[in-house]
Design a protein around this ligand. Sequence first.
Ligand code: 8IG
Length: 274
Amino acid sequence: MTHAADAPTPYELADSAASRLAELTGVERHDVALVLGSGWLPAVDALGEATAEIDTTDLPGFSAAAVAGHSGRIRSVRQSTLSGDRHLLVFLSRTHYYEGKGVAAVVHPIRTAAAAGCSAIVLTNGCGGLKEGWRPGQPVLISDHINLTGASPLVGANFVDLTDLYSPRLRGLCKEIDDTLDEGVYVQFPGPHYETPAEVRMAGIMGGHLVGMSTTLEAIAAREAGMEILGISLVTNLAAGLSGEPLNHEEVLEAGKAAASRMGGLLSQVVARV
Ligand code: 8IG
């Protein structure tokens, strides 16, 4: 036996968190999980009726989050659809890789959602946009990603396939709802600093269209857990060097407020059809 023999594995910790979540929310199983990124919080009320809201720190394995516009809370939302009620598990914030708490902490919500019964997850983020013509406030479907963190949530000889990581079926549903939606490749930088203009050019040469500090590690963990994944970026700013102006966090929050009703409508419609 190693010294870690009595420490829970990340999967056991997620099982404990899911059990406690069921107790605290009174919801035995959740159906679809959503993780809200920068600028997405104003869209949450469109999803349905909040039946419970808890602090992440009420659950095993979560630590406190602290970024303006994020709150370390988890909401259980009941959505009434033609095919009956479904229970959404909404993470109002995420743990970012740049917080230095380790990759296991970054993906603990994902594993908890899977353990809570979720078969699909919607990963949202706010990010910088590279494509000509994209404007702040514009949603973009993530078609694929490039993970520049150099990290993985998986440990050991666990060779998980990442083909079609971002579900073509769910992207298709989004386009049925809004046929103006564009797609792009999301590039995760480690952060917390934004990119230099040269790094943004590099991301473009590599085939990227969106630059951010989240999502890819979560998507990998969600794939490992067998969940269907939808990734949606809100372009909250043009990537560094493209607008002639420095980046700031306020424009991110502003773009979110301005886009809230469109984002809320898209999210609630797609979640109803997942
Ligand atoms: I909001 O331009 C947001 N998050 N890396 N670059 C990176 N992260 C971001 C950006 C951006 N905008």
